[in-house]
Design a protein around this ligand. Structure first.
Ligand SMILES: *Cc1c(COP(=O)(O)O)cnc(C)c1O
Length: 448
């Protein structure tokens, strides 16, 4: 029996429960089932072509079906697909650990693998908590930011701050101390991301750190709160936070899952502020968007707190079946190699400038309330009334409707509520970029 588009579409609706998706609505609509990709393009089962303008949820880097990445997997596949790393090791995972510590900010010398961004964060939380215990200190509270997003497992949800995603599970979560989202706070209290606002935020954090002696760590996304709708921090915020946490003896967990691997113009955002955190969480772009892999990088100081005789039981009791998977590690290594061979970061610079330039045009549109950008990441916020700052009603799905219009014209987008997200693969050409921007602009202009 030939399994064609009709059956696939039927079975998709009958059996596949999709993430972050209202299935009642999904089943009533026509959806895209992707079949193949090449560079920045994806084709669905009807042969329609789309530009992947969200990098397949923020992870694709060098394009789909890249010969060097494909080869890395095929070469590894002919050796072995998976071997455990619980107490043993494998070749690509070793090489990748070495490579990651070379490109990471100085001082991050140890790599702990997992499979998804949420796990990378979960591991950082457990390690930080365990670190203090191994040092004989009982600390139990994390400081987090409102509007933060660190993934969907319970620990990661506990340190998250988006009520729509996290509110339901409140009773299951551990307590944290939540500071305001820097972007929203600065806009509300100071009208902009000013240095005065930065000083005010830093003061708040300092008071908090001085008042509490039981803080395990401060957890935050690096440079921008991405899932909240692309809310950047004031420049210098990370640097100030690093200095304060160091001074007050609190660990800093930096989530670079979205910002890592070139997305902000440098390999990791924290480089731009000269910051080395105690933990750096990586995911998404680590394999160039090929296979699930994540990593939690940390320092010698943290690592050494877990060393002891076996009987002391100080070691980190955590691991997953596929931790340090051979295929994923092999393609992650190839991903980093392609960064060098194709001069990805250097070639990205003019594209970031083009994006900045073209984003200015969006202010001309009646329903655009805000335009935000960090490097190659951008969010365009749609509002019903810009003067009054009035959003569209949640149930109207305005962002989604705009995205659908773009789908019709061959641009694949997925918004965050009414924030239109642009996260194009770093390899995209200027012509395709302009097409994406023209299409999105046209679709927003059509809102009634
Ligand atoms: C996507 C994301 C995560 C979660 O990663 P998953 O791989 O989806 O679990 C965590 N933190 C940030 C900043 C993210 O953008």
């Amino acid at each position: 029996m030939e399994i064609g588009p009709e059956l696939l579409e039927r079975w998709d609706k009958e059996h596949f429960w999709h993430p972050f998706t209202q299935m009642k609505v999904y089943r009533e609509e026509e959806n895209i089932i992707f079949e193949r990709g090449e560079g920045v393009y994806l084709w669905d089962i009807h042969g329609k072509r789309y530009i992947d303008a969200i990098s397949s949820l923020w992870c694709n880097v060098h394009g789909h079906n890249h010969p060097k990445l494909n080869n890395a997997i095929m070469r590894q596949l002919c050796r072995v697909a998976h071997t455990t790393t619980l107490g043993s090791s494998n070749v690509p995972a070793v090489l990748l650990a070495k490579k990651l510590t070379e490109i990471a900010p100085e001082g991050l010398t140890k790599v702990f693998y997992s499979e998804d961004g949420a796990e990378a964060v979960e591991i950082a939380l457990k390690m930080a908590y365990h670190y203090w215990r191994n040092r004989g200190e009982e600390r139990k509270v994390f400081i987090t930011l409102s509007e933060a997003y660190h993934g969907d497992t319970i620990g990661a949800v506990s340190v998250g701050g988006i009520d729509l995603f996290h509110g339901t599970y409140r009773d299951l979560l551990f307590e944290t101390i939540r500071l305001p989202s820097p972007y929203l706070y600065c806009k509300k209290e100071f009208g902009e991301l000013s240095q005065t606002c930065l000083a005010d935020l830093v003061m708040k954090l300092q008071e908090l750190l001085r008042a509490r002696r039981d803080v395990v760590a401060l957890v935050l996304e690096s440079g921008i709160q991405a899932a909240a709708g692309m809310l950047p921090y004031p420049k210098g915020f990370l640097k100030e936070v690093r200095e304060l946490t160091k001074k007050e003896g609190v660990l800093l967990i930096l989530d670079e899952v979205a910002t890592g691997f070139g997305r902000t113009g440098s390999m990791f955002y924290c480089e731009q502020e000269g910051v080395t955190p105690d933990f750096m969480c990586l995911g998404k772009g680590i394999t160039g968007g090929y296979l699930p892999l994540a990593a939690t990088l940390t320092t010698d100081e943290v690592y050494e707190a877990f060393l002891g005789e076996f009987g002391e039981a100080k070691h980190f009791y955590h691991g997953h079946t596929y931790t340090g998977n051979n295929l994923a590690s092999a393609v992650a290594l190839a991903n980093l190699q392609v960064f060098e061979e194709e001069n990805t970061l250097e070639n990205l610079k003019p594209k970031i400038d083009l994006l900045t330039e073209r984003l200015k045009e969006f202010w001309e549109l009646e329903h655009v309330g805000d335009v935000r950008q960090l490097g190659f990441m951008a969010g365009i916020e749609l509002v019903k009334d810009r003067e009054k700052g009035e959003p569209f009603p949640y149930g109207e799905r305005t962002g989604f409707k705009v995205a659908r219009k773009c789908w019709e014209k061959g641009v694949f987008l997925r918004p965050l509520g009414d924030v239109m997200v642009l996260m194009m693969p770093l390899v995209i050409g200027e012509e395709d970029m302009n097409y994406v921007l023209d299409t999105l602009k046209g679709a927003i202009a059509e809102i009634g």
